[in-house]
Structure formats: C-alpha cells, structure tokens
Ligand binder design. Structure first.
Ligand code: GLA
Length: 388
C-alpha cells in the first residue's frame, strides 16, 4: 500500500506534509567518527518516508507501515518512555520519541502529530535506517514548529537522542549524512571540527551495494567494546604523547613508535583507526584527481583492516569482497557501516555495473548458499520536507 493511502486509512484524513530522509553508505573511514576522525559517507537514494499532519492534542501517534505496528506518546511525558497507557515504548518508537525528547530539552517546540512512515532503507543492514528515522522526525517537527536549526545541528541533536534516549553510543556520521547529503557527491566530514565538503565521485563510476542478508544489531556489546578499546588506547598513549585527545591525534609514525606499550587487542583496534584516518586523507586526494584505481585500492585495504585488526567483518562480507577481485570493472569493495553483518559497498565502472551485479549475486549464492541483494545506488540529497 502506498504511504498516502496508509495514512488516510490510519487517520481518516489526508496528510499535510511529506518528509524524505535518506539512509547512508560509508565509502571510507569506518569506526573513526567516535575517534574524532574524518569520514566519507554519501546519502543514499533509498530513504525513510514520512506522511504527517499536525494535531493540537500534544499526542504523537505513530504508524509504522513496514512493521505493521502502532504506538503513541504524550509530548509532555516523553521523558518517561511510555505510551498513552503507561506501558514502555517499543524500541522502534523510541527513535522518534528520543528526537521529541532532545528537541524539548533544547527548548524547541514539538507539535502533536499523526505520522505514518515506511522505510526503503533495509532495516538492520548497516545503511542507517534508524538515523534516517531520527532525521526525518526532527525535520518534520522543525517544519511544523517553524523554528530554524540548520541540518548539521539537527543531525547533532539526533545523535544525542540516540546516545542518551535510545541508549546506543553511535558517532555523528549517520545522522550527518542523512541530514546533509548532496546529490551525486560523497561527503568529506571532519567529525571534530564539523567542517565538511561535498566531493564528486570519480567520473564514470557508480556505487553498488551488496546486502549479505545477515542482520546485525548495533546495540550489541561489540560496538561498545570497540569504543572502549579506543579510549583505553588513548589513555595509555597519553603517557607518551601528552597532547593527544583522541586517536585522531596520533600519526602513523607515532603509533609505530608507541604501540608496543598497548595490550595486543587494544593495539590492533587502534592501528585500524590510525591507518583508516590516513586512508581517508589519501582517498580525498584520489577523489580530487578523479583516480578511481587508488580510491578502490584504499577501500580494499580498509576492508582487510576491518577484518583483521578491528574484527567486525563476517565470513559472508569477506566472501562478497573477495568475489569482486575477479570481477571486471570493480575498483574497490569493503564492508560499510558498523559491520557484524549488513552490506558491502563497491565502486564500479559504470559500463560494467550490470554484469557486476549479476556476477556478484550468482557467485555469492554459489559460495554461501545465501541470497544477496545487490543493487546500484546513487548519492542523493539529504532530508527534504514537502507539502503533501
Ligand atoms: C554505526 C554508527 C556510526 C559509525 C559506524 C562505523 O553506523 O552509527 O556512528 O560509528 O557505525 O563507522
């Protein structure tokens, strides 16, 4: 059913507003956003869509089309994380509720609303469907409330909602990409200074996503463990490099000199971060030269590092990446997002894209017995609000 009909069926009226909030794919710079590093995501042409109408009863009603579930909460009770009957809000409803909470905390108006929404971003696949939900709701309340906060700061509010209300310790990359995406461009984003710049992808290349079909859970302790290892590395290295605040501040030669003082596991995690940040810098220079070969080689190196040093890959993701080495027209491939399942991202010559998609799906099925969803995607614009 289309979203408008679903809205009408749910609320017996027509929606007043539509919101489109894209998912994201990360081309390079994985797990560096919580180490103050630089990342290179792009907003996707797959998005979360909201249809909404304001109400004056201070109640937010949610209809999640894909989940077939409904929930509602009172704006003035949002801090209690309960629905209208006082029952705990289900996790999926905590994302919009968390956004309402953080907006109120920041003194911004949150309107009562009837909302129906649907996600074209596959859920739990590492393409940031939850960040898209957050950014979509934040943009909706901004449009209804008439207050003005720019998209970058909207993303920061959404990250705070996820950290403090939902309880997931994510960085800022996903919300940033969903809010600030630029059509046809990757986004070079410095997560410390918050400066960013759109960069065109090498001419004649396209992005292909391959979904391994293995689902991940970001709330799993593995993500938090990785964060803790990075913090531990900073604490120890500060004994030798007193001016560092984050792994961002450690250069590869400094790391080589002092990594012997780190426990083995912590050293491997930190090595990934230090070198991944350097890879992003090299990748940006490659993009400026429109050099798809070098960019792709950095993607392959990034994957090997996520597999061997950061240990967030899975056999399925490794298989998807390995297969591409034999496929004509593929410049680079790597897992994208947090890992532990989800998708790979591939940089492919435009003329070879169709053959690549078919060959990758077939070889993956042959090797694993599993079905991968492999599809072309375009870097798209960030969140948009339109009259319905
Ligand atoms: C998840 C988090 C991001 C980032 C990536 C890994 O997507 O939400 O903040 O840490 O993992 O790069």
């Amino acid at each position: 059913m289309d979203l408008n009909s679903f809205f009408q069926q749910s609320y017996s009226r027509r929606p007043g507003l539509h919101v489109r909030a894209p998912g994201r794919v990360n081309l390079l710079g994985e797990h560096v956003d919580y180490n103050d590093g630089m990342v290179l995501p792009a907003a996707l042409d797959r998005a979360v869509y909201l249809a909404a109408a304001p109400t004056d009863d201070q109640i937010v009603r949610l209809q999640a089309l894909d989940l077939g579930e409904t929930a509602a909460f009172r704006v003035d009770q949002v801090q209690d994380k309960v629905d209208l009957e006082g029952r705990p809000l289900p996790t999926w409803a905590q994302y919009p509720a968390g956004v309402a909470w953080v907006l109120l905390e920041s003194g911004l108006e949150v309107n009562g609303a009837q909302v129906a929404y649907t996600s074209q971003v596959p859920i739990g696949a590492g393409l940031s469907s939850s960040a898209a939900v957050e950014v979509g709701f934040a943009a909706l309340w901004r449009a209804m409330g008439g207050w003005s906060v720019d998209n970058l700061n909207l993303a920061r509010l959404c990250q705070r909602a996820e950290n403090q209300y939902v309880g997931v310790a994510c960085g800022l990359m996903d919300q940033f990409a969903s809010a600030c995406g630029v059509d046809g461009h990757a986004l070079y984003f410095d997560t410390r200074s918050l400066e960013w710049q759109p960069l065109p992808l090498p001419g004649g290349t396209v992005i292909v996503i391959a979904d391994s079909g293995v689902r991940r859970s970001l709330t799993s302790s593995a993500y938090n463990e990785r964060r803790r290892a990075c913090e531990q590395a900073v604490e120890i290295l500060r004994g030798y490099l007193p001016d560092i605040c984050a792994l961002r501040d450690v250069s590869p030669p400094e790391f080589a000199a002092y990594s012997v003082y780190l426990p083995t596991d912590v050293s491997r995690r930190a090595e990934h971060i230090v070198k991944e940040i350097a890879r992003v810098e090299s990748a940006v220079r490659a993009l400026e030269r429109q050099d798809a070969q070098i960019f792709g080689a950095l993607m392959y190196a990034g994957h090997a590092s996520l597999r061997d040093l950061y240990e967030v890959s899975t056999p399925e993701l490794d298989t998807l990446v390995e297969i591409t080495r034999q496929l004509p027209g593929c410049y680079g491939a790597r897992l994208t997002g947090a890992g532990f399942g989800g998708c790979t991202v591939n940089l492919v010559d435009e003329g070879h894209a169709e053959g690549f998609i078919q060959a990758l799906s077939e070889a993956y099925q042959q090797r694993t017995g599993k079905q991968a969803q492999v599809y072309l995607c375009r870097a798209s614009a960030g969140v948009e609000v339109m009259p319905a």
